[in-house]
Design a protein around this ligand. Structure first.
Ligand code: UDP
Ligand code: MG
Length: 325
């Protein structure tokens, strides 16, 4: 029988987790005759009752494994740990707030059986706030303009991956991770499945604006060096403009010496403008240098405090190695 691993990141989801478990187990009931199933919950340093609730689920259901992080490492690292740990022939990454419907997971599986290696969920409609929808749309436009690999629009991290894709993904150990981009980068046969994305079942979003911004910056700086190219282009434009300004200043001095004091305005504007542009440029360069710095340190991507799993075989060195990286 083929194995299917569900990778389920959770962060402070005490209000949702039990109902999510009920929904997902009910959702996969139709296929339990055909597949071995494991549910890997990655507890991303939750500070509420999530861990206790997960432990109870693990005690009652052998298919449930838990990876507890030592602190909050973020959604992308949680997914990474799940992918490192999963032993399935296919791995399905899913949010644990019921925004990725279990019924759609079954559709992903049937597409996989048709021969696709990556099947991602595409949001036909979504019920997030207007602000989130707008920023998401802008983000996908921007990343596709800048990135060399095409990243599917309106697809989150909800996706199924064949084990050969998973094996390739495990080789990517970079810090600033944008998993969707990495999956696109890996290639193989990819396709999407449309679905309506419901509201979060309960609780608050764990992706406040700050985290979204970090994810976007990681995405752009990991998949594109276009901002660096733009800097030098902008530099040329500004230098050109400054040249005109100098010309203007000289002409005024020679032909209208009586009004040159008024040139002060121009001077101030030029100083401020060029100062501002330089700051922006330094900022962009700095962002990339910061990235180099954090990659060069080669720190572990996440730290596991404990693992509860019946399927976790101590001798399965592949899993062990991946988890320790
Ligand atoms: N999540 C996580 N670590 C974080 C933030 C979120 O593991 O630091 C999990 C969260 O529990 C959920 C999924 O990632 O299962 C998506 O988060 P959320 O639903 O809050 O994001 P949104 O759907 O609002 O974009
Ligand atoms: Mg959500």
């Amino acid at each position: 029988m083929k194995r299917i691993s569900f990778v389920l990141p959770v962060y402070n989801e005490e209000q949702v987790i039990d109902d999510f478990y009920l929904a997902i187990t009910k959702g996969v009931e139709k296929i339990i005759e055909d597949y071995h199933i494991e549910f890997i919950f990655i507890n991303d340093g939750s500070s509420d009752k999530t861990e206790e609730k997960l432990t109870l689920l693990h005690k009652k259901d052998k298919r449930v494994s838990i990876i507890n992080f030592s602190r909050n490492f973020g959604h992308q690292m949680a997914i990474t740990a799940g992918i490192d740990f999963a032993s399935g022939d296919a791995v399905i990454v899913m949010d644990s707030d019921l925004q990725d419907p279990p019924a759609v997971a079954l559709e992903l599986i049937s597409k996989w059986e048709e021969g696709f290696d990556v099947v991602y969920g595409v949001r036909k409609t979504r019920k997030d706030s207007a602000f989130k929808q707008l920023t998401a749309r802008l983000f996908y436009k921007l990343i596709n303009m800048l990135s060399e690999v095409a990243i599917p629009q309106n697809a989150g991290d909800f996706r199924l991956m064949d084990k050969k894709v998973v094996a390739e993904l495990r080789k990517f150990r970079e810090q600033g991770r944008f998993m969707r981009g990495l999956v696109s980068l890996v290639g193989f046969r990819q396709t999407g499945v449309l679905f309506d994305r419901p509201n979060r079942y309960a609780g608050e979003t764990k992706y406040p604006f700050k985290k979204m911004l970090k994810l976007s910056i990681d995405a752009v700086t990991s998949f594109s060096t276009v901002p660096l190219t733009l800097i030098s282009r902008l530099g040329f434009i500004v230098s050109g403009l400054s040249f005109l300004g100098i010309l203007y200043a000289l002409l005024m001095k020679f032909f209208f010496p009586q009004v040159t004091v008024s040139g002060w305005t121009l001077l101030i504007i030029a100083i401020f403008f060029i100062g501002g542009v330089q700051m922006i440029m330094l900022g962009i360069v700095g962002t990339y240098i910061g990235k180099i710095y954090s990659e060069v340190k080669g720190r572990p991507l996440y730290i596991v405090s404990s693992i509860y799993s019946d399927s976790y075989d101590q001798d399965k060195t592949a899993n062990k190695k991946a988890i320790r990286k």
